[in-house]
Design a protein around this ligand. Structure first.
Ligand SMILES: *[C@@H]1O[C@H](CO)[C@@H](O)[C@H](O)[C@H]1NC(C)=O
Ligand SMILES: *[C@@H]1O[C@H](CO)[C@@H](O)[C@H](O)[C@H]1NC(C)=O
Ligand SMILES: *[C@@H]1O[C@H](CO)[C@@H](O)[C@H](O)[C@H]1NC(C)=O
Ligand SMILES: *[C@@H]1O[C@H](CO)[C@@H](O)[C@H](O)[C@H]1NC(C)=O
Ligand SMILES: *[C@@H]1O[C@H](CO)[C@@H](O)[C@H](O)[C@H]1NC(C)=O
Ligand SMILES: *[C@@H]1O[C@H](CO)[C@@H](O)[C@H](O)[C@H]1NC(C)=O
Ligand SMILES: *[C@@H]1O[C@H](CO)[C@@H](O)[C@H](O)[C@H]1NC(C)=O
Ligand SMILES: CC(=O)N[C@H]1CO[C@H](CO)[C@@H](O)[C@@H]1O
Length: 260
């Protein structure tokens, strides 16, 4: 700046001052504010687009979702920089799909909880855009289709729950990439096939419930980290490691609702 000043002719001085005022004004007030506002606006727009795709009744349940500042909306929480970190809409009776929820608009989202609504359709593959997501709970809805392989992109995920839906297909091997995953609840769906070998890499896993599906095949001894297997269809408990972190794996094999 000093060097620049030295070379400025008197003629250019007024211009320099004007530019300086602009620069200072923008850098001290407008610029950071604009950044947060833009971020909030993009997130608000994404939420409003999703809201508009839901049933009329659902939209009335989200009546606080108006304007461009989502941080005060029902079910929405933000961090200090006004970035949305949590979408928590549990047991509201929302009816609709996830298709219009533009996940890439929420780069800072940690928590997505939509437990016990009436969401249908599939889990969109672009859910893989939620790169910071730690907690994903879509349980107790009517979601169908397969678990998208892009789930493997959610490297921060610790909790993944989609129990009591109509999910079909097989468990994607990419699930094995979730090295931070501690709890995995897939029970009460129509998932078939065997547990992929790749899930042996889930070294942080503490709880796994894949009961009430149509999962078949041998006991995966390659998931070497569990004990207390509660499984009456196969007698493999002697193969289980006794020094494991996983506290419970609940009836993973054929689990028709016989006694229930
Ligand atoms: C939702 O409300 C709009 C306007 O009130 C109406 O035209 C539309 O038919 C309603 N849709 C359903 C599914 O009820
Ligand atoms: C699910 O949500 C409905 C409201 O939509 C509520 O009445 C019901 O108690 C909830 N069920 C559970 C198990 O939380
Ligand atoms: C996400 O939501 C769950 C359930 O409300 C809560 O226990 C957890 O602390 C939240 N995690 C984050 C990272 O916000
Ligand atoms: C899974 O469910 C979807 C949607 O209900 C259906 O279109 C598809 O055929 C099913 N796939 C399998 C393998 O059952
Ligand atoms: C479970 O899978 C078996 C073998 O693929 C199939 O024959 C059976 O119909 C399936 N059952 C259900 C309830 O989907
Ligand atoms: C397994 O069998 C034991 C003894 O018959 C029974 O007490 C237990 O409830 C069964 N577990 C499951 C998950 O069916
Ligand atoms: C399970 O394995 C143990 C040890 O090998 C054996 O003693 C027992 O009879 C087996 N039980 C069944 C139901 O196969
Ligand atoms: C911005 C961004 O990450 N977009 C990605 C969202 O997810 C879809 C489907 O996985 C990708 O194709 C996009 O590149």
């Amino acid at each position: 700046m000093a060097l620049l000043k030295k070379h400025l002719s008197y003629l250019l001085w007024p211009l320099f001052i004007i530019i300086s005022i602009f620069t200072i004004t923008f850098s001290t007030t407008a610029a950071p504010h604009a950044t947060n506002t833009e971020k909030g606006t993009a997130e608000a727009a994404a939420l409003l687009t999703w809201k508009a795709s839901l049933s009329n009744h659902s939209q009335s349940l989200l009546s606080s979702w108006i304007g461009s500042s989502p941080c005060s909306w029902i079910g929405i929480a933000c961090d200090a920089s006004q970035s949305v970190i949590s979408i928590y809409l549990r047991s509201l009776g929302l009816v609709g799909t996830l298709d219009k929820l533009k996940f890439s608009s929420f780069p800072g989202l940690l928590n997505l909880t939509l437990h016990n609504n009436s969401l249908f359709g599939s889990i969109p593959s672009h859910i893989g855009n939620l790169s910071q997501l730690t907690y994903l709970d879509l349980s107790d809805n009517h979601l169908s289709g397969a678990i998208p392989s892009t789930i493997g992109q959610l490297k921060c995920l610790k909790w993944f729950s989609i129990f009591k839906n109509e999910i079909n297909g097989t468990i994607p091997p990419e699930l094995g990439r979730l090295s931070n995953l501690q709890r995995l609840f897939l029970y009460g769906n129509n998932i078939m096939g065997s547990i992929p070998r790749e899930m042996g890499a889930l070294t942080s896993l503490l709880e796994l419930d894949i009961s009430w599906n149509n999962i078949t095949g041998p006991i995966p001894t390659f998931i070497g980290n569990y004990r207390d297997l509660d499984d009456n269809s196969t007698n493999s408990s002697s193969k289980l490691s006794s020094h494991s972190a996983l506290k419970s794996i609940i009836t993973w094999a054929y689990s028709e609702p016989t006694a229930a």
